[in-house]
Design a protein around this ligand. Sequence first.
Ligand code: HGY
Ligand code: MN
Ligand code: MN
Length: 415
Amino acid sequence: MSMKAEVNAARLLASVAEFAAIGATPAGGVNRPALSIEDRAARRRLAERALARGFTVFQDGIANLFIRREGRNAALPPLLIGSHLDSQPTGGRFDGALGTLSAFEVLEALADAEIETDRAVEVVAFTNEEGSRYSPGCMGSMAFAGAGTAGDWAATPATDGLLLADELAATLAALPEATVGPTGHPISAFVELHIEQGPVLEQEDVPIGVVTAVQGTKWFEIVFSGTAAHAGTTPFEFRKDPMGAAAAAIASLQSTVMPADPAARLTVGRISAEPGSINVIPSSVSFTVDIRHPDAAILAEMEQQVRRQCDEEGRRWNCDVAISQRVDMAPGRFSSSIATTIEDASRSLGLKSRRMVSGAFHDALFVSRVAPAAMIFVPCRDGISHNEAEFVTDAHMISGARVLLAVVESMLQLG
Ligand code: HGY
Ligand code: MN
Ligand code: MN
């Protein structure tokens, strides 16, 4: 597979550094919540870069941002590449941004080489992949795949209180150069580059991960409700203490689910008590539960275990319990032919690769429901992600972008 275009390594690294400054945190990460001012700044910068190269820029109803380099035949569905620009509150500067900027670099490399393609190539920055400010995650790619609409989530309050509908409208309005079109359009295929966010590639010293599947994910919001009362005057037998119920339920789940199954994942990421006063027995305690597993049936069983445990502690502590599900992502498999193309591209560049399942969910999981899709992983230091210390070496960034370009050339039969 001889490549016709070449990644401009210095330009790619400069792009990553430039976007790392948008929403930068003092500890070296980024805080670019979905549909926030920082997210809009990153979108604007990417759109400006695109327009300067003569690419067209458009958005859809959920503010997925698309950059299009025309091909000879506009009637052909475009090849889509890209990822997301939103981040966790204390996120790393590579999660999502590296895939989006590597995809943009591919477009620039094709333009630099003045390569004409039959079909257009589009880069996408999907809206709200993280799901941290607004749950669920992958809103943009879900809407693109017809698995939800902006209307479904319009009234969702952000963790900072602003309604999604308002922040979405402001985000669309902040980029008047990007015409707003329908949500979801035909594509020939989708390839997403992303950091692994786990330790496997680094431990095995393999620069390219060929992602064949994504495990399933379920998110829950659990609220125990009791009776607010005085911390000093209320004996144990008079208490309806939701913190006791929540602590017992969390302790029980933490000590049983993951120890029993190395493939199982359970995370309690957020907990809060109302009224949150040191000398008041809370009236309610709410916390989130994120469970994951590659096997759908086992994931369903894990859900039942969470529900059983919470019901049991609710009874034991004489509290009410309300469990609402926020995310239900079934495990998904990617295109085996694109996976082979990624392997061939890696080999042609002299790069080792290995097939793997993603522990994190990604936009490609939903796009794979409407078009052939696959992912390219690059290693990150100590497997750390969703952490300001997230780090990827220059060499791995450049290798990843070169493989993405070679895959695009191969899928467009340019090689
Ligand atoms: O949570 C996830 O798997 C993704 O990284 N947002
Ligand atoms: Mn991501
Ligand atoms: Mn992430």
